[in-house]
Write a protein that binds this ligand. Structure first.
Ligand code: XMP
Length: 326
């Protein structure tokens, strides 16, 4: 039987009881597969890798070595959450690498979007390899592959998987959720006790804020983007939009406009709000956000974020605009 094919008889995991049964089966399967060997996992903090981490911690505890590479392009609070949930609460064997300077130095002056993506992907592999090289006795590599990744592996996702690992790594793969759809992975994550903010988070591209800090990334503009994005997320959360809108974020272009603050000329970047709905990310529609909330978000961002002096809303559906700006 092709182990990469979901059997027609496989029941959709829609509730805790089914998730618990799945977890029990996978815990047994993983224990059988890896025995007393070590397993390495690149833990980004996204839904898929987080669920795999929690599942493997349950199955093999400290035999799992999680590596979280902070590429400096995470959203506000994300790396901290990985450390809190996995390092502290679940007491995982977690290696945290703050590689911010390495990534930002390599990206300095690079404006071309695909080159930025390539640099981020290549540097990620480099950092991960370095960490893997320091470990001994690791025979297995765990991955948060899910069923749509298998179905789409010939096309769309290829350029998306920033963490794609080199083929010369001689590890046997452990992929416990590879036959699950995203909604099932979330139900399993819930059943494993992961925080809702982690399990139900919106999709976030592998290159992170790197493709939203448009053009050549600078630290000050990246900082402004991260702060503005945090405000948008907080307001969407508070106002019941977080569960309703598929993906929402800020992009900050690399030009300034004239403004005025405290009676003085104040040049700043615009923050562009993007909030879209979709089922498959192939096409997307624009979510209607109440004007009062948009005014409130604009006021907060322009008052609280150094360097931003305008807020604009992107009303472009996909097609013609892609979801991300780069
Ligand atoms: P676009 O911009 O192509 O995006 O309409 C469709 C979906 O894919 C996400 N996206 C990425 N995800 N690496 C990823 O892991 C990437 O390089 C990347 N580019 C876009 C995007 O956020 C949206 O959900």
């Amino acid at each position: 039987m092709d182990s990469n094919k979901r059997p027609d008889t496989m029941e959709r995991i829609t509730n805790k009881a089914l998730a618990d049964r799945f977890i029990e089966e996978q815990v047994a399967a993983v224990r059988k597969q890896v025995g007393d060997k070590k397993v390495l996992l690149a833990l980004s903090g996204g839904v898929d890798s987080s669920v795999v981490a929690a599942l493997l911690i349950k199955a093999i505890g400290k035999q799992l070595v999680c590596v979280h590479v902070n590429h400096g392009l995470m959203r506000k609070g994300e790396s901290e959450q990985v450390i809190e949930v996995f390092g502290k609460q679940l007491d995982a064997n977690l290696i945290y690498v703050d590689a911010t300077d390495r990534f930002l130095d390599k990206l300095a002056g690079v404006a071309e979007p695909e080159r930025k993506r390539k640099i981020i992907g290549a540097e990620f592999i480099e950092v991960f390899n370095e960490e893997a090289g320091k470990l001994t006795g690791v025979d297995f590599l765990a991955q948060g592959t899910i069923y749509p990744d298998i179905l789409e592996s010939d096309g769309v996702k290829a350029h998306h998987n920033v963490g794609g690992l080199p083929e010369d790594m001689k590890f046997e793969l452990v992929e416990p959720v590879k036959l699950l759809y995203k909604d099932e992975v979330r139900v399993v994550g819930d059943a494993l006790g992961l925080p809702a903010g982690m399990v139900y988070r919106q999709p976030f591209p592998g290159p992170g804020l790197g493709v939203r800090c448009l053009g050549a990334i600078t630290r000050d503009r990246l900082h402004a983007l991260r702060e503005a994005d945090a405000i948008l997320r907080e307001e969407f959360d508070k106002n019941g939009l977080a569960g309703k809108v598929w993906q929402y974020f800020i992009a900050v272009p690399d030009f300034k406009s004239v403004g005025v603050k405290d009676g003085k000329r104040y040049e700043g970047w615009p923050a562009i709000i993007r909030a879209v709905n979709t089922t498959d990310a192939m096409s997307a529609t624009i979510e209607e956000i109440p004007y009062a909330l948009l005014h409130h978000i604009t006021a907060r961002i322009t008052h609280e974020v150094e360097g931003i002096n305008r807020v604009v809303m992107d009303l472009t559906p996909k097609p013609i605009g892609t979801i991300e700006w780069e």
